[in-house]
Design a protein around this ligand. Structure first.
Ligand SMILES: [Zn+2]
Length: 260
């Protein structure tokens, strides 16, 4: 009997978790063409028409594994020059000595998130360790930048259901991964991202590598020319009208990752 109850308990918890992350429904939808009167639509040239009827293309650039003094500084300069906000998922142990970089990120409108203290694989870590790894970085960020909702990107994008239930913020995966840490080739990384990106996407890069910083700036220049607007991950969800839930892993506002 006891065993059976425990089993039902587990099924119930799974159902709860599914229900908890299952939502992610859009509350806002934009259809610009629906608002333009017929007679005006007929008068417009092709290019203007295209601009008017197309939904704005929003995309978010995210950077993991920083901060790193030499590379992150160059990236911040490039983002500032282009007026582009990004999202940084920082490793806690790299914060001491780089406090000024974190303050600069916040002052310049970037979103800052948590990438654990020690870049720990949360999929296999003991539950206590999972909580500690997230908490230690959260404390550092709070002391430095004030209270905030520091969203988590699990290292390697990997976390299971039971550990995810311990996470008190939304978790962010990605839609485009050019494996910049492996190729270490700015042109190749740029080409991969530009050819795979879609509106509402989340691009994964690492501000730890000079080649990735160069790629990021080239990606911005190319995608801006294609009509993309860069926003932080938080803004991407807000504009899309999706309220992300704690303990759920999102590849984008429209795509939830199922947890193993
Ligand atoms: Zn990482």
């Amino acid at each position: 009997m006891k065993k059976q109850l425990a089993r039902y308990g587990a099924i119930f918890m799974t159902a709860l978790l599914l229900a908890a992350c299952g939502g992610g429904e859009r509350t806002v939808s934009a259809d610009a063409s629906a608002e333009i009167p017929e007679e005006i639509l007929g008068e417009l040239d092709e290019e203007t028409l295209q601009e008017l009827v197309e939904e704005p293309r929003y995309v978010a650039l995210t950077f993991d594994d920083g901060p790193r003094r030499d590379t992150t500084s160059v990236l911040l300069d490039g983002l500032l020059e282009r007026g582009v906000p990004a999202t940084f998922f920082v490793i806690g142990r790299q914060i001491p000595g780089n406090e000024d970089l974190l303050k600069r990120m916040k002052a310049e409108g970037h979103q800052i998130g948590n990438h654990t203290y020690d870049h720990t694989r949360l999929l296999t870590a003991e539950p206590d360790k999972v909580v500690e790894e997230i908490h230690k970085t959260e404390v550092l960020l709070t002391e430095l930048l004030g209270e905030g909702d520091y969203w988590l990107r699990p290292p390697y994008g990997a976390i299971g259901k039971t550990r995810a239930a311990l996470v008190k913020t939304p978790m962010i995966y990605w839609t485009v991964d050019p494996e910049d840490w492996k190729t270490l080739d700015a042109a190749q990384v740029t080409e991969h991202v530009v050819s795979h990106v879609e509106p509402w996407g989340i691009i994964l890069l690492h501000d730890f590598y000079p080649t990735s910083v160069q790629a990021a700036l080239d990606i911005i220049d190319q995608l801006q020319a294609e009509g993309y607007t860069f926003v932080t991950v938080e803004e991407l969800f807000r504009i899309r009208g999706v309220e992300p839930k704690a303990g759920c892993l999102y590849a984008s506002p429209d795509k939830l990752r199922s947890l193993s």
